[in-house]
Design a binder for this molecule. Structure first.
Ligand SMILES: *[C@@H]1O[C@H](CO)[C@@H](O)[C@H](O)[C@H]1NC(C)=O
Length: 288
């Protein structure tokens, strides 16, 4: 069931004039985020323009947004741990709280030098995930910053890498698939060690002689609805707000298909062994 703009008004959406968009354009880590884990392993630098997380043998580190958001187009540039990053995981995700939480995940699994990262994605609605898709990237994510974006509106969630859509999760409530649309989410990121998961079943050990491992963040931008006192307040100019109805046009559809054909290395929707009694409903309803 497509949700019309008039219904989003029912969500108490308050459009604030474009004046605010000016301040919204360039994010500032001091203003927008709290360092939540790892003591001084997490740092905000350059007057709030750069954030770094590090991981050593003692601990990883992390941060989260001060704001909670209910829908938005959220961009962040990340530069991942370089060199031998096997066993490290850089998680960048949106999540609400509680047992029936919603979540939209990017997770970057490091690898030994010269071998590719895995980009792991997942979507949770009402506490249930199990919707993994994994990708290779078409560039070296450790050589420079790249933009990872989440578009989240009442109809769809789209994951983007440098503006290229890599995954779409549609609102299929009409066929009984829960969709994240009523729980506000914060943005979280952490750099941690997950030897067993991230290194081919634990076969390759994290090489601590390369520690501390560092991931960097810059150019955060949220054209989003901020959840304040039980109300959603949507800042941004009319153009910045276009994400609320955004969908993939024909060109974007082609690019999504290109990524899924050439760079997708795992898709829960084609994993017969895992779902012997039939795939989740969203798998047969949408074209992947
Ligand atoms: C590391 O690289 C190997 C060889 O290319 C690949 O098979 C493996 O999936 C990669 N591991 C991760 C965690 O990306």
């Amino acid at each position: 069931m497509p949700i019309s703009p008039s219904l989003s008004l029912a969500f108490n959406v308050l459009l604030v004039a474009s004046l605010i968009a000016a301040t919204f354009g360039i994010g500032n880590f001091n203003q927008d985020f709290d360092l939540t884990w790892g003591d001084d392993r997490a740092k905000i630098l350059n007057d709030g323009q750069l954030l770094t997380l590090t991981l050593d043998k003692v601990s990883g580190s992390g941060f989260r947004s001060k704001n909670e958001y209910l829908f938005g187009k959220i961009d962040m540039q990340l530069k991942l741990v370089s060199g031998n990053s096997a066993g490290t995981v850089t998680a960048y995700y949106l999540s609400s709280e509680g047992q029936t939480h919603d979540e939209i995940d990017f997770e970057f699994l490091g690898n030994v030098s010269g071998q590719p990262y895995t980009l792991h994605t997942n979507v949770y609605s009402l506490g249930k995930g199990d919707r993994e898709q994994q990708f290779r990237l078409w560039f070296d994510p450790t050589a420079d910053f790249h933009t990872y974006s989440v578009l989240w509106n009442p109809q769809r969630i789209i994951f983007y890498v440098d503006g290229t859509p890599i995954r779409e999760f549609k609102n299929l409530e009409s066929i009984g698939v829960p969709y994240p649309k009523s729980q506000a989410m914060r943005i979280y990121s952490s750099l941690w060690e997950a030897e067993d998961w991230a290194t081919q079943g634990g076969r390759i050990k994290t090489d601590w002689s390369n520690a501390p491992f560092t991931a960097s963040y810059r150019n955060f931008n949220a054209d989003a609805c901020v959840w304040i006192n039980g109300q959603s307040s949507c800042h941004g100019s009319a153009t910045a707000f276009a994400w609320m109805d955004q969908r993939l046009d024909a060109t974007s559809q082609k690019r999504l298909q290109w990524v899924q054909k050439n760079y997708m290395i795992y898709n829960y929707c084609t994993d017969f062994q895992r779902f012997p009694r039939g795939f989740p409903k969203e798998c047969t309803a949408t074209k992947f």
